[in-house]
Design a protein around this ligand. Structure first.
Ligand code: ADP
Ligand code: MG
Length: 286
């Protein structure tokens, strides 16, 4: 499902003395089945933008077109859009409230008016998709942080969204938990033909996972393109606005500064490994 944002501006507390512009006239298009990494420092407007994409926030001005429907149109029934655009909010484990994992995941599909059999099928399927064992887990509160987050993600997947949006889904997790969640999202994207929009601070993971990167800065889009375009062409500007660049790229820059003939646009560990091996084997001049 495609998402088109046209001249979106959002002002919190508009008309009040403390009014602040969180999104400043941004336009972009996300193609069906894309995997978008939304990056930007804290306060750059990522969460505000995300909340517009299923109509939770109404633009101060501008339009959002999801799958051809203008969701900013007052007459549009948002229920249809919310079925199709699922959002996993930051720290979603705080929103778990049912006494069993199954009930918690069933809450969303239950609201769609599905019958019991369909709900239970969806609960099992989404637990399987996030790697939770249906028989083992009972209360969501007995689970680890990473597992709770999987329950929260399963609850959104159980709605069968066509666009899945995750707001910093690995915030606060250790590196192991972070890898698990990213692998799970990668698999969901691969197996289900869905559009993913994910905000994250981890440039290394975004370089590996995303097909398109959107860089936000002070409510505007600073860059948008493939990870290679964004990270390798704009590394200096990214550092200037306080963002990291992928570690592989940092290493490549350091090696090049020391006179090693390493390709300047490497992004993955595999790519830099090949370049270093070429230098070591003497095929490239040092
Ligand atoms: P990010 O998710 O990138 O950290 P946010 O969208 O949360 O950015 O915030 C963008 C800007 O909007 C920030 O300046 C923030 O302080 C402000 N903001 C966010 N939420 C609110 C709110 N509920 N009321 C007023 N200002 C807000
Ligand atoms: Mg945020």
């Amino acid at each position: 499902m495609s998402v088109i944002v046209k001249n979106l501006t959002y002002i919190y507390d508009e008309g009040m003395p403390f009014a602040s512009k969180a999104i400043d006239d941004i336009s972009f298009e996300i193609k069906d089945n894309d995997f978008v990494g939304l990056i930007g420092h804290t306060g750059s407007g990522k969460s505000t933008l995300i909340q517009h994409l299923n109509g939770l926030l109404k633009p101060s001005s501008g339009e959002i077109i999801v799958n051809g429907f203008n969701i900013t149109d007052k007459d549009l029934n948002l229920t249809e859009i919310r079925k199709r655009v699922g959002i996993v909010f930051q720290y979603p484990e705080y929103q778990l409230f049912e006494e069993t994992v199954e009930k918690d995941i069933a809450f969303g599909p239950g609201n769609l008016g599905l019958d019991e059999e369909e709900i239970s099928k969806r609960v099992r399927k989404s637990m399987e998709a996030v790697g939770l064992d249906y028989e083992t887990y009972k209360s969501p509160f007995d689970l680890s942080g990473g597992q709770k987050r999987r329950v929260a993600i399963a609850g959104v997947i159980a709605m069968n969204p066509e666009v899945l949006i995750l707001d910093e889904p690995t915030a606060g997790l250790d590196p192991g938990g972070r890898d698990e969640i990213f692998n799970l999202i990668k698999k969901l994207h691969r197996d289900n033909n869905i559009t993913i929009i994910l905000s994250s601070h981890s440039m290394d993971d975004m370089a590996k996972l995303a097909q398109t990167i959107i860089v936000m800065n002070h409510g505007k889009i600073e860059f948008m393109g493939t990870p290679r375009e964004v990270f390798t062409s704009h590394a200096d500007k990214l550092r200037e606005i306080g963002l990291d660049v992928p570690q592989v790229l940092e290493l490549a820059t350091k090696l090049r500064n020391k006179g090693f003939d390493i390709r300047p646009d490497v992004l993955t560990v595999e790519e830099i490994k090949d370049e270093i091996l070429k230098v070591m084997r003497g095929r490239k001049k040092c």
